[in-house]
Write a protein that binds this ligand. Structure first.
Ligand SMILES: [Zn+2]
Ligand SMILES: [Zn+2]
Length: 112
């Protein structure tokens, strides 16, 4: 199993497995990992590392510049990307912060 990544929100590595919800949780800021597809430790571990967090405090991503669909931020092994859930266009950057910044800086309403 790969190493558990630090918290995507506060950068802390004080992340523990919360067995009652079968997900990983950051002890520092309270961020909790997404629900695993399979309710076991390995799946929760995978989901945490995927950073597809369902967290209300997540900074906002503007809608897709092409189709206006909602975008999501995903964290890969070496970089992050923002992807439009509707049309699938995406943008890569080194960090989550850059990703969000670049995505939100894309010109809107220029037409597809
Ligand atoms: Zn945290
Ligand atoms: Zn789109």
């Amino acid at each position: 199993m790969s190493e558990l990544k630090p918290c995507p929100f506060c950068g802390g590595d004080n992340v523990l497995f919360a067995s009652h919800v079968v997900a990983f949780r950051c002890q520092d800021c309270g961020a909790i990992g997404p629900k695993p597809r399979m309710f076991n430790y390995a799946s929760a571990h995978y989901q945490w590392n995927c950073r597809a967090h369902e967290k209300p405090a997540e900074p906002e991503l503007k809608p897709c510049p092409k189709c206006g669909g909602s975008a999501e931020l995903c964290r890969g092994m070496t970089d992050s990307h923002v992807r439009c859930k509707a049309c699938g266009i995406y943008l890569f950057a080194r960090t989550d912060k850059d990703c969000r910044g670049y995505w939100n800086a894309l010109p809107r309403g220029a037409g597809a």
